[in-house]
Design a protein around this ligand. Sequence first.
Ligand SMILES: *[C@@H]1O[C@H](CO)[C@@H](O)[C@H](O)[C@H]1NC(C)=O
Ligand SMILES: *[C@@H]1O[C@H](CO)[C@@H](O)[C@H](O)[C@H]1NC(C)=O
Ligand SMILES: *[C@@H]1O[C@H](CO)[C@@H](O)[C@H](O)[C@H]1NC(C)=O
Ligand SMILES: *[C@@H]1O[C@H](CO)[C@@H](O)[C@H](O)[C@H]1NC(C)=O
Ligand SMILES: *[C@@H]1O[C@H](CO)[C@@H](O)[C@H](O)[C@H]1NC(C)=O
Ligand SMILES: *[C@@H]1O[C@H](CO)[C@@H](O)[C@H](O)[C@H]1NC(C)=O
Ligand SMILES: *[C@@H]1O[C@H](CO)[C@@H](O)[C@H](O)[C@H]1NC(C)=O
Ligand SMILES: *[C@@H]1O[C@H](CO)[C@@H](O)[C@H](O)[C@H]1NC(C)=O
Ligand SMILES: *[C@@H]1O[C@H](CO)[C@@H](O)[C@H](O)[C@H]1NC(C)=O
Ligand SMILES: *[C@@H]1O[C@H](CO)[C@@H](O)[C@H](O)[C@H]1NC(C)=O
Ligand SMILES: *[C@@H]1O[C@H](CO)[C@@H](O)[C@H](O)[C@H]1NC(C)=O
Length: 791
Amino acid sequence: MAFLLPILLSSFLLSFPVPSSSTSYSNLTTGSSLSTQDVLISTPNAIFTAGFFRVGENSYCFSIWFTEPYDGNYTIVWMANRDQPVNGRHTTLSLQNSGDLVLTDAGQLTVWRSDTISNSSVQLELHDNGNLVLISSDGENLWQSFDYPTNTLLPGQYFTENTNLVSSRSTTNHSSGFYRLYFDSDSVLHLRYEGPEITSVYWPDPWLNVWDAGRSSFNSSKIAVLDSSGFFQSSDLLQFYTADYGIGPQRILVLDVDGSLRVHSLDKASSSWIVTWIHNPEPCKIHGICGANSLCVYDAEIGRKCSCIPGYRMINQTDWSYGCEPDFQLSCTDKSASGFIQLLHVEYYGYDIGYYANYTLERCESLCLDYCECKGFQYKFDLIMGYYNCYPKTILFNGYRSQNYQDPIYIRLPIVNVTTFQSSVQDFNLQCPNQVTLLERTYQKENQDWVKSFLWCTLAVGAFELIWLLTYIYKTRKSTNASRIQGYLQVATGFRKFTYAELKKATNNFREEIGRGGGGVVYKGVLSDNRIAAIKCLKEAIQGEAEFLAEISTIGRLNHMNLIEIWGYCAEGKHRLLVYEYMEHGSVARQLYSDKLDWKKRYEIALGTARGLAYLHEECLEWVLHCDVKPQNILLNSDYQPKVADFGLSKLLNRSGIENSNFSKIRGTRGYMAPEWVFSLPITSKVDVYSYGIVVLEMITGWRSTGNHANDDSNVVDPRRLVTWVKKNIQGSDGRVSQLNDIVDPSMNGEFDVRRMEILADVALKCAEEDKDARPTMRQVVDMLLHQEYD
Ligand SMILES: *[C@@H]1O[C@H](CO)[C@@H](O)[C@H](O)[C@H]1NC(C)=O
Ligand SMILES: *[C@@H]1O[C@H](CO)[C@@H](O)[C@H](O)[C@H]1NC(C)=O
Ligand SMILES: *[C@@H]1O[C@H](CO)[C@@H](O)[C@H](O)[C@H]1NC(C)=O
Ligand SMILES: *[C@@H]1O[C@H](CO)[C@@H](O)[C@H](O)[C@H]1NC(C)=O
Ligand SMILES: *[C@@H]1O[C@H](CO)[C@@H](O)[C@H](O)[C@H]1NC(C)=O
Ligand SMILES: *[C@@H]1O[C@H](CO)[C@@H](O)[C@H](O)[C@H]1NC(C)=O
Ligand SMILES: *[C@@H]1O[C@H](CO)[C@@H](O)[C@H](O)[C@H]1NC(C)=O
Ligand SMILES: *[C@@H]1O[C@H](CO)[C@@H](O)[C@H](O)[C@H]1NC(C)=O
Ligand SMILES: *[C@@H]1O[C@H](CO)[C@@H](O)[C@H](O)[C@H]1NC(C)=O
Ligand SMILES: *[C@@H]1O[C@H](CO)[C@@H](O)[C@H](O)[C@H]1NC(C)=O
Ligand SMILES: *[C@@H]1O[C@H](CO)[C@@H](O)[C@H](O)[C@H]1NC(C)=O
């Protein structure tokens, strides 16, 4: 539901209703005029209304809005004079004999005009697509509001080289705000922040080249349009489908007050707008939102949050765009008066004094001190070159924190205050979601029932063990392959709605079952575009379509090369289906039982799975615990690349229904459950770490597969026995990992990399610690595996 929040905040909501005693016209002819009381109604279906919209106590703007109120307010789609409201007394919009449409205030002052000339008579009409058109009697289209959008683009309205979308100043103030959508000279659509002092492009990510951002500069026609079915296409190759793709709902593309570009679709039943596409689900990546010297953090519960960096205070208590100012005096001449504090996982974009490769921390500090204007420096590890780079900064701007961002920033402060602020850094870092959503768990010991309640926690907001991160700072990261980090790049996702008939046809009437569990049966299918899909029918899913869609969008936004991709959904009648990419090689469980995995594959699976889980856990955007990590839920594509499946399903399923269902089939997952479940301890992301550790131990030892039969219940792994057995067998008297041959799966025929196997076993044992605080985070697991790889 967090995804729905921004809608309520969006800019296009109206603040005040229109005067009631108005005269309605269907057109305006030469020589006539509209007063503030009059409105023009669109033909033939009266979907839109044009008239003087009250934007303040006694100020009006000539606007077009949806005739019906939605979300309890009118939705404005266009304004003629957004930056220059009129006072409403002797205000008219008149169609002059010259053919000019003129808005005058107080009887004489011209506030706005269409600048049109015609010798013949002209007529002003409002069409049902929301376009206000000035047509001459010989049918010539002299002027149209579609050519001058404000913050909204309607379906069929072309966005071109000559048009811009500019956000509103605030939800209640419709004048021009700070964000702009435009075609730049490179023929690519960009979003730019244009603040009072600073301007910067934030979409596509400015550090990406055009092609890497999924765009192209080759087509210079600079044209884009959202069609009536919810498909957006731009000449720079940007294209997307809205989540509710299909002819039907009214849609609007709005550059919202917060700088996000969203498509809002009208839900007729509730008369409200629902977000069905967003340009980037990471709201903190929008520049300028928190001003200078501040930091943006996104929390799924409370949304986007700004805070000043330690040592700084907010300039204007009511408006973050002014940013923060230093709460200290710093002597420039005396270098020893300055000190630095470190903030983890924080990036400030731009405003570098320079770029200094292969600098030690000491050298970078000393460099910053050489410049009076240096406010701090980004100290960034270069994965390709294998050393740190130093970026001293003159302005600390566009700051955000994300667990996906690996490197720290160092802030320059008076040395006398450094220790005071150092202690506040911890609280500061804890602003990421740190609450645990406690789940209603009803289980008794030694009873299978407790299994099922735990299975449904999947999408829970979890606590993140920051203490761990604070104490775990990597000083010796080694060079690694650039393609390894590609997986962390997020792409804006677009997925579509399927009809039930379509999916029925695709699966040949649900003929080929390929899996079961996790709330439903999975069938193989071929979509109309010949893509092979895995289609999951959810039993007992939530029935409200809007709710379902909101949850789906959350899952749909999670995009990582080690997470299974979701292509779409179907919500029709009582049917709730999810459409996933099909994975050629099935699950790790299947491959493991059939001895098809050599050492290299096993290692890649361990690494890929860790990456996928790290992404789920640590992305500040939305905290997702998997809670059901097991070999059956790790799928393999044609290259044996692992993808984690079945995450984020819990919210889709109706909990009350679940209590009554029969889950004897999946009791095997018991073997992967962390002790916290049994002892009723707080559930954090460390439960997944534990399960992951057990899965890796299983892959190393092949324990389960050496038993009688995979489905045989008596052979379910007791995780503690497995851990003890591995520990006993490999730890020599010096405590070092050794004697691997005793534990390694015999089906590997002794063909493995001893050094890496030691690391893997060591990491797996750490993950499977009884004490959750002794387990590393998934991110640390990734780092440990990567780090060792190139030693
Ligand atoms: C213009 O409006 C008048 C009255 O409001 C109506 O009689 C006339 O048919 C309209 N003309 C067009 C072209 O819609
Ligand atoms: C309509 O707008 C007013 C003024 O901004 C606001 O107070 C009110 O809550 C809005 N109504 C709804 C239902 O959002
Ligand atoms: C209007 O008429 C004048 C003279 O009759 C002519 O010069 C001008 O080009 C015409 N303008 C348009 C827009 O037709
Ligand atoms: C809206 O914002 C603009 C720009 O900040 C300001 O000049 C104007 O007074 C504001 N209008 C209202 C009604 O608050
Ligand atoms: C450029 O883009 C437009 C609009 O998408 C398209 O109609 C046109 O064919 C494209 N031109 C080329 C050369 O690809
Ligand atoms: C803070 O910003 C608001 C809105 O822009 C403005 O009305 C107010 O005067 C500002 N306050 C100060 C102290 O600058
Ligand atoms: C980085 O700097 C260190 C010491 O200054 C030097 O030994 C090392 O070779 C440099 N690394 C690269 C890749 O240039
Ligand atoms: C910084 O330290 C000085 C000296 O101890 C103190 O007077 C001042 O209040 C401190 N500033 C802040 C913002 O804590
Ligand atoms: C990264 O590693 C992959 C295989 O793991 C290899 O195909 C690729 O060429 C490497 N890329 C670079 C830049 O070294
Ligand atoms: C959940 O299931 C219960 C009973 O199975 C039903 O009464 C309830 O309406 C369902 N809730 C939703 C949101 O579908
Ligand atoms: C669950 O399924 C098993 C076997 O399919 C059956 O024996 C048992 O009665 C079922 N329990 C419930 C509560 O439906």
